[in-house]
Design a protein around this ligand. Structure first.
Ligand SMILES: [Zn+2]
Length: 423
């Protein structure tokens, strides 16, 4: 019954997030949204993120094993490296009262409490330093999910009058507090961050991107929801739904999760169960059967043929010139070689809907068309009412945005030619 209200609200919420993401992705920015990474050819790589831990609540009721420990041993068994979006502690989020199970306020009416109301000492880096070290030492990546897991700003549609941080400065302080703690415990400062509940807009009109730009993080989004946060009926049904959905997806398209960032829970779902503990081994089995390797998000970024030009990099000025001219083509080593040919695979990269937004695309050598030629042709291609295509995702300048439509048409035309040349 609840889903009658909840599902449309979630859909609306997703639409709003989508719009925010598009707006955020249209600005040249060193805080990029990492949602999905362009896949490496000849390989299937994906990353798996686990939110809200570390968590020492029982993996299953009556089970002596802690949830995070169980997840770590499953990941190790499959040679998979996870990305843990850890929190500091929710112990400071009182006074509060317990929420109703099955709804978005299940752990607390005014705040979140992990793993559950009144049991805050079982979760978070503050309370579980050993578990935190164990995650880092086993080769998993730790990212910043907020010290207190208090949202950066209001989200009245879903969370009503829930408490949120006062402004962006408070968000930054919350993030920094957790970074310091993780660095102290593991010797490494998180490079990526994900806002609690993906709530981006702060009460003073800024966004998570503003916060992360100042704190030096990339925004860690996800492209596939493994479903562990929302019960699908009984515990067993929840497990089966998590496994079944992934199985069906990969059966339809074995490449569907290539380059994907898969989101999981490292805590309870809204029924205070952790179906992830039983779904994960089966999901990893399915992924393995399809040739997938599960790596950390940083490893996924490093493996991608796309790379960034940092603003202080000596080649950044060249990159900006090219961007201003309406192109987004550069090489992996951040040098610009307009006379080098563009390969078919690179075209596909430009056309790919699934690719990560606002990663500065990098084009590798050999092929029939050069990036210089693309640039020259740009002003001569007539605008035509054809499809929206993936190249729009690569726009990083207002000028390119203006020309994107023509650029898209151009790319489509040339991709056709390149396709004929292929094999
Ligand atoms: Zn969370």
């Amino acid at each position: 019954m609840l889903s009658l209200f909840f599902t449309p609200m979630r859909k609306l919420y997703r639409l709003m997030k989508r719009r925010q993401a598009i707006l955020a992705g249209n600005t040249p920015d060193r805080c990029r949204r990492i949602e999905r990474v362009h896949p490496v050819s000849g390989k299937r790589l994906a990353a798996m993120t686990f939110d809200d831990g570390p968590c020492a609540s029982p993996a299953r009721p009556g089970d002596g094993t802690a949830l995070t420990t169980a997840l770590l041993s499953t990941l190790d068994r499959y040679g998979a490296r996870g990305t843990f979006n850890v929190i500091g502690t929710t112990a400071g989020n009182y006074p509060d009262r317990e929420g109703r199970l099955g709804g978005p306020l299940w752990s607390g009416v005014l705040y979140d409490h992990y793993p559950e109301f009144g049991q805050d000492s079982l979760a978070g880096v503050v309370n579980q330093p050993e578990m935190t070290r164990a995650m880092a030492e086993s080769g998993h990546e730790l990212t910043n999910h907020g010290y207190s897991h208090v949202a950066f700003g209001p989200m009245r549609v879903i969370y009503g009058t829930r408490r949120h941080l006062a402004d962006a400065a408070a968000g930054e302080a919350d993030v920094k507090r957790l970074d310091d703690l993780v660095e102290q415990l593991t010797g490494r400062r998180p490079r990526l961050a994900r806002p609690p509940h993906y709530i981006d807009r702060t009460a003073d009109g800024q966004t998570a991107y503003d916060i992360y730009r100042r704190s030096g993080h990339l925004y860690l989004a996800a492209s596939y929801d493994a479903g562990g946060w929302r019960p699908a009926g009984s515990y067993r049904q929840s497990v089966e739904s998590m496994v079944g959905r992934m199985e069906a997806l990969l059966k339809r398209d074995p490449d569907a999760l290539n380059g994907a960032i898969i989101s999981q829970k490292n805590g309870y779902n809204m029924n205070k169960e952790s179906p992830v503990v039983d779904a994960l081994p089966r999901q990893l089995e399915i992924l393995k059967a399809h040739g997938y390797e599960i790596v950390t998000v940083s490893e996924l970024l490093a493996a991608s043929p796309f790379a960034d030009t940092a603003p202080e990099d000596p080649t950044a000025a060249d990159a900006r010139t090219l961007l201003a001219a309406g192109a987004t083509v550069a090489y992996r080593d951040n040098t610009l070689k307009p006379d080098r040919p563009v390969t078919w695979a690179e075209f596909r990269g430009l056309l790919d809907f699934g690719s990560a937004r606002s990663i500065l695309p990098v084009v590798l050598p050999t092929g029939p068309v050069t990036s210089g030629a693309l640039l020259e042709l740009l002003p001569t291609v007539p605008a035509a009412p054809t499809a929206e295509i993936g190249v729009l995702r690569y726009q990083d300048s207002p000028l390119l945005r203006r020309h994107a439509f023509r650029f898209a048409v151009l790319i489509l035309g040339l991709a056709g030619q390149a396709g004929e040349n292929k094999e």
